[in-house]
Design a protein around this ligand. Structure first.
Ligand SMILES: [Zn+2]
Length: 68
């Protein structure tokens, strides 16, 4: 994965064919180590359609594209 670090990630994302692919890619990066809620730092949740994650701890729905 060294190839995809730093600026290379940005240029890589720009070349993705559509928004859906971009979200899928971001979700893969963001939660590659497992889900972590940005509101309560909880790690328990379930994946929703559209690359969102629902936190069981605080009911926050985290988007794959948030804070990126
Ligand atoms: Zn939470």
């Amino acid at each position: 994965m060294d190839v995809f670090q730093g600026q290379n990630i940005l240029s890589f994302i720009k070349e993705l064919p559509n928004d859906e692919s971009c979200k899928a890619y971001l979700a893969k990066i963001k939660w590659s180590e497992g889900f972590i809620c940005s509101k309560c730092c909880g790690t328990k949740g379930c994946e929703k359609s559209g690359y969102n994650y629902h936190c069981y701890g605080c009911d926050h729905v985290e988007s794959a594209t948030a804070n990126t």
